[in-house]
Design a protein. Structure first.
Length: 470
């Protein structure tokens, strides 16, 4: 992020205290709200965002330089996401319950009546991302899933789009108030120090983050070093490896190379799922088929600086050589492709940790199946891993299984950019992709981040929560 932008806005201590006190006061009434009431609130948020579409998209375009079509689609996704959670609350699919009736003949002795449900974890602090000013920002997946769970939300705005953040927060706050949500159910704060203070505050019970490994790790350490450690759900870094099998290369190599470039450079490479590493059986032929486009503008100067630093580090690694560079985009950034052998990667697995957040990728040439397996065994945690296979391709099936040991989503004959919002989606993975490999930040399963289970034993029916009654 741009240090100048980050220093420009900082929520005052008195204002931050008011926000945290209000969130704390809202926690109990929100926790006692019904699923239908929370669904109404999310639908109201969706209507408000849709109604303010023209204003919000215009602001986003001014601050992020992203094209209007991309922003329109992202706002549509954000509205859909809120409505999907609302629908899940209404049909009961977001309310996991388990009921074990009393059983005097239970194998370990008589079993009492046990019923398990979930309750909101409490006020949640969300760190907005820069690269998705709607879907992963103020009213993004973390905020919507936490509201669906019944948690007050405090969002730390990203300095890359401050005016958009304020405008979005106004829409969300007004929508919630209109349906009777308690004051303090949603608020926006700004600045690094304010967010650190909030993260340390005992009234915040969990946090969500999307950003860099360095920034996410620092915040994660704060969250778990509190006197009362809290869950910190961070999405950090990923190179999203792609494996092209020999059979797939022989069958449609040129198409695979073109598809990789398209996914790699989509959005000027500023997606968390851009496929930054591709493993191929013939690196020279693969790179010869690469045609690099001119990238669009970067989101802010901090990303430009970070991209240059990352590509310089990547290019300085032993065995790595640049093989293709496109024309400069508006920020003086060009798409770049480097190549290295699988043997060099096995010797220096740090290469698989070097995410260049932007239009740059690493082509890894492997000379045998065993060499490919060795590289996959060296993978750190990733959000995604992709396999490009032929029609009959037993190696691809094995590769998919090896990737699943390291990634949250395995993609077959497709590209990882484009993360649909649905019940079965998994957007997460082992460290350093995330700090919470058992959760997802996309899809309706994200609600589980902001809930904790509670079992009720031996309760009369009248005293049970509604969802646990027979």
């Amino acid at each position: 992020m741009d240090a100048h932008q980050e220093a420009a806005h900082e929520t005052a201590a008195d204002d931050l205290e008011s926000v945290l006190a209000a969130a704390h006061a809202a926690a109990r009434p929100l926790a006692r709200s019904t699923p239908a009431e929370r669904a109404d609130a999310l639908d109201a948020v969706a209507r408000a965002l849709e109604g303010a579409r023209a204003e919000l998209v215009a602001l986003a375009g001014e601050e992020t330089h992203l094209p209007q079509a991309r922003l329109e689609g992202e706002l549509t996704r954000t509205v859909f996401q809120a409505r999907l959670f609302a629908a899940g609350l209404r049909d009961g699919s977001l309310l996991p319950t388990r009921i074990d009736h009393a059983d005097p003949d239970w194998g370990m002795g008589p079993r009492p009546d046990l019923r398990r449900t979930v309750v909101p974890i409490g006020p949640v602090l969300v760190f907005a991302a820069s690269n998705f000013p709607f879907a992963f920002s103020v009213a993004g997946g973390d905020s919507v899933s936490a509201l669906a769970a019944g948690c007050p939300v405090v969002v730390k705005a990203h300095p890359g789009h401050p005016r958009l953040s304020l405008a979005t927060a106004r829409q969300v706050t007004a929508a919630l108030a209109a349906v009777g949500a308690p004051e303090g159910a949603f608020a926006l704060i700004e600045g690094v120090e304010a967010s650190k203070t909030a993260l340390r505050d005992r009234r915040i019970r969990a946090a969500g983050f999307t950003g860099s490994v360095r920034g996410g790790r620092a915040l994660f350490d704060l969250a778990v070093s509190r006197p009362d450690p809290i869950p910190f759900h961070g999405e950090l870094g990923s190179v999203n490896p792609v494996v092209v099998t020999p059979a797939a290369w022989a069958e449609r190599g040129a198409d695979v190379a073109a598809g990789w470039v398209g996914s790699l450079t989509l959005g000027a490479g500023q997606f968390c799922t851009n496929p930054g590493v591709v493993l191929v059986p013939d690196a020279d032929a693969f790179t010869a088929a690469v045609d690099l486009p001119v990238p669009g503008p970067m989101l802010h100067p901090g990303i430009v600086e970070g991209f240059r630093t990352a590509t310089d580090e990547l290019g300085s690694q032993p065995g790595v050589r640049p093989v293709a560079t496109g024309a400069d985009g508006p920020d003086g950034i060009a798409a770049q492709v480097f190549t290295v052998t699988a043997a060099d990667v096995v010797t220096n697995p740090h290469l698989l940790e070097l995410e260049a957040f932007g239009p740059a990728g690493l082509v890894v040439g492997y000379s045998s199946e065993d060499e490919l397996r060795s590289v996959l065994d060296a993978l750190p945690g990733q959000l995604t891993g992709s396999v490009h296979a032929a029609a009959e391709d037993p190696l691809a099936v094995e590769v998919a299984g090896l990737l699943a040991e390291h990634v949250g989503r395995v993609v077959w004959n497709d590209w990882p950019t484009g993360v649909t919002v649905s019940a079965a989606q998994q957007h997460g993975g082992p460290w350093p992709a995330t700090t919470s490999p058992t959760t997802t930040s996309v899809g309706t399963a994200a609600i589980s981040r902001w809930q904790r289970p509670v079992a009720f034993q031996g309760f009369p029916a009248a005293a049970l929560p509604d969802e646990l009654k027979d």
